[in-house]
Design a protein around this ligand. Sequence first.
Ligand SMILES: [Zn+2]
Ligand SMILES: [Zn+2]
Length: 58
Amino acid sequence: MTLTRHCSVCDDERVFEQPPCDEGHGVDCPDLMCSVCGTAIVIGDAPEMPVIIRSQAA
Ligand SMILES: [Zn+2]
Ligand SMILES: [Zn+2]
């Protein structure tokens, strides 16, 4: 399963794919991993509108 989400690390739209699941979720696994930077997100925890995290170094 793949889908496109905004990656807060890449700061762009990225294809997220399901990583290998070690927790027995099977096809219902809520975990997704950015195919570019490897950042993992959980579908249930991801807000529809991504929260912009302000950089401390601004
Ligand atoms: Zn899982
Ligand atoms: Zn990313």
